[in-house]
Ligand binder design. Structure first.
Ligand code: PBG
Length: 332
């Protein structure tokens, strides 16, 4: 029996030269799609390296200025500020003190970069509480959802008044987006945007971050962060936040949750971001230090994968460096 001869279909044709590959590339990296997380610690005279995140530091109020200018000059789209206070207490009063480290840092950074880069702040209590939880505790030591919402509403007003343009709701309390939106609207902060960390999983990959903020946490966050096995629930949380008025929704961590990211991206009518977290950073850095991985290629590939899965923007500790490579054309 004779069959019609078929030509071999040759997808490789489009891979044959760098110029062709560049022309047909589906996912490009751009500095404006990167957000740099920045830590500012109270009461220090200069930057302090974070051992588990080589290349990342806790900034002083002085050293943070140069860091954000460098990011802005590299074309990075945004900055996400975290504060590391000197003193902590049960309700995290440092978070709502206008002279608390995060709020002071926000004013300093806004003063330095103005509108050249979007200044955003972490809105969560964990850095400010002496027990390290993301909320306040009830008499039995459980995280009290609705009492925490009141604290978040107070934080939102102070952060907005300090000049934060986007508030990063990272505490995973039910109703936090609606509660914070209502408080901001009542106070006239109509232009302050909300980034909801909607699908935030209880992840081992936050390990180095806990060093970065000197976390006081004993135990875990499994009563409020998502179970790593749950894909459908990640989408549900994102849809709830959109209903509550989130301007942007996020999936976090990124690399181990690309399926959730793709689901949220397909369903969302607001921008979808992803957070490439401290553990994802540390793994690549550690392997690269051993010479086990090509650092630069691994960094670019990991961020590109997150973009390909559906993230419009990526929070990454490599934001400034990666933006520099892209601008030099090395990673177009
Ligand atoms: C909570 C918060 C965490 C991170 C960002 N915001 C830590 C946590 O939930 O334990 C983790 C970021 C990272 O690991 O890079 N405020």
């Amino acid at each position: 029996m004779t069959s019609t001869p078929h030509p071999v279909i040759r997808p490789r044709r489009l891979r044959s030269t760098p110029a062709l590959r560049r022309l047909v590339s589906e996912t490009r990296l751009h500095p404006a799609d990167l957000v740099l997380p920045v830590f500012v610690r109270e009461g220090i005279g200069g930057p302090i390296p974070i051992a588990s995140m080589p290349g990342v530091v806790q900034h002083s109020l002085d050293s943070v200025r140069a860091a954000v200018v460098e990011a802005a000059e590299a074309g990075v789209g945004g900055i996400m500020l975290f504060g590391v206070p000197e003193v902590r207490d049960a309700t995290g009063t440092g978070a709502t003190d206008p002279d608390g480290i995060l709020n002071v840092a926000t004013r300093v950074v806004r003063d330095e970069v103005g509108d050249a880069v979007v200044v955003q702040t972490d809105l969560c209590l964990d850095e400010f509480t002496d027990h390290g939880h993301c909320g306040v505790l009830d008499a039995l030591g459980r995280v009290d959802n609705d009492a925490t919402l009141e604290r978040y509403a107070e934080m939102a007003l102070v952060q907005a008044a300090s000049g934060s343009q986007v508030l990063g709701l990272s505490g995973m309390m039910d109703g936090q987006t609606a509660a914070v939106r209502a408080a901001l609207d009542d106070a006239g902060f109509l232009d302050t945007a909300l980034l909801a960390y909607s699908a935030k999983y209880a992840s081992a990959f936050y390990g180095p971050f806990r060093d970065a903020v000197d976390s006081q946490l004993q135990g875990d966050r499994r009563t409020y962060q998502l179970d790593p096995g749950n894909r459908r629930e990640g989408l549900r949380e994102a849809l709830l936040d959109i209903e509550e008025g989130a301007d942007v929704v996020m999936v976090k961590p990124a690399g181990s949750y690309l399926d959730v990211l793709a689901d949220v991206s397909a369903a969302s009518d607001v921008p979808v971001w992803a957070y490439q977290v401290s553990g994802e950073y540390a793994m690549v850095e550690a392997a690269a230090m051993h010479g086990w991985i090509d650092r630069r290629r691994a960094v670019a590939e990991s961020v590109r994968g997150i973009r390909r899965a559906g993230a419009d923007a990526v929070l990454t500790y490599w934001a400034t460096e990666l933006a520099g490579w892209i601008r030099n054309g090395d990673d177009a």
